[in-house]
Design a protein around this ligand. Structure first.
Ligand code: R5P
Length: 309
């Protein structure tokens, strides 16, 4: 594809390669050096002058280092005279820090948007932001894709008899409605409370009738798993026949994988917006590479991206 280049940061080279395969191009060449003082140097190893450049970097460990690498990479490309630089951020960093819900804290998702702009990005391409208002944090064009159709296609293939979509918490109700519309299913909503260190989640009620149903829990991300596993137990207590989950971003932090093994959750369907270090027989990963490749092609050609939603 003429004038189009894709570069990968260190966070998820497998996804960047899969995107490049879909596009029929080789990933751009660069080298990253870590000095003994922990400074990073990124050097673009090919000419990018007047090129339409996409940089793929997701929010994954080591998180802070990957953020700094992204910023240096964007800056290097800008100073190498790329015509346009798009930051492709499949899982947006600090997406949950999107509001000032305590005194004297940072709205860090907004800070991330500012940093990406300062580093030289002309636009952003991302997937399923934690909350829609994050899109407004950008002073540049920001395209937000959704992986819901990718997940729904797989769910439909499994059959949907006696199934019901269940929002993992009230904040997820709107997204759950999108799943329900795609799948032609009814919807229920879990009332979740957080306590203590805010990483402990407890399902306390469900709005909707789940008795005898195959519950399909949906959420934008699974981090420690507290939300999904607590909801699973609660749904079984309420008479559910089975519980599985479909989640876009598999953060899987803390003891999530261990807890998944012990949970009654039957299957966890996720996408590859984040690399999964260790896996489990319960996890099935679907790729967003074709979706991102199609969006990149459309941005490059100046065609509508919203047609993908
Ligand atoms: C919260 O608002 C999100 O939608 C997820 O429910 C949350 O990030 C999941 O976190 P955890 O897996 O740690 O409960």
């Amino acid at each position: 594809m003429d004038g189009l280049k894709v570069f990968s940061g260190s966070s998820h080279p497998a996804l960047a390669q899969a995107i490049c395969k879909c596009l029929g191009i080789a990933p751009g060449r660069l080298s990253t050096t870590r000095f003994s003082n922990e400074n990073l140097k990124v050097r673009i190893e090919e000419n990018v002058r007047e090129q339409d450049v996409f940089v793929v970097q997701t929010s994954a460990p080591p998180l802070s280092e990957n953020i700094v690498e992204l910023l240096i990479l964007l800056d290097a490309l800008t100073h190498a005279s790329a015509r346009r630089v798009t930051a492709v951020l499949p899982y947006f960093p600090y997406a949950r820090s999107d509001k000032k819900d305590e005194p004297r804290i940072s709205i860090t998702a907004r800070l991330m948007a500012d940093l990406v702009a300062t580093a030289g990005a002309n636009r952003v391409l991302t997937i399923d932001l934690h909350s829609p208002q994050i899109q407004g944090f950008f002073s540049m064009p920001a395209d937000q894709l959704t992986a819901v159709p990718v997940l729904c296609e797989r769910l439909r293939a499994d059959g949907l008899e006696e199934a019901i979509v269940v929002a993992a918490d009230v904040g997820e109700a709107k997204d759950a409605a999108v799943f329900a519309k795609h799948l032609g299913l009814p919807i229920a909503i879990i009332d979740k409370r957080r306590s203590g260190d805010e990483e402990r989640a407890e399902a306390v009620a469900v709005i909707g009738d789940v008795r005898g149903k195959r519950c399909l829990l949906v959420d934008d991300e699974i981090a420690t798993g507290g939300t999904i596993f607590s909801a699973t137990d609660f749904l079984f207590e309420q008479g559910a026949r089975g519980v599985s989950a479909a989640v876009v971003h598999p953060v899987l932090s803390g003891r999530a994988l261990e807890r998944l093994g012990a949970s009654r959750l039957e299957r966890l369907l996720v996408t590859d917006t984040i690399p999964i270090a260790a896996t489990s027989p319960k996890i099935e990963v679907l790729s967003v590479a074709p979706l991102l490749a199609e969006a990149i092609t459309r941005i490059h050609d100046g065609r509508s991206v919203s047609a993908l939603f």
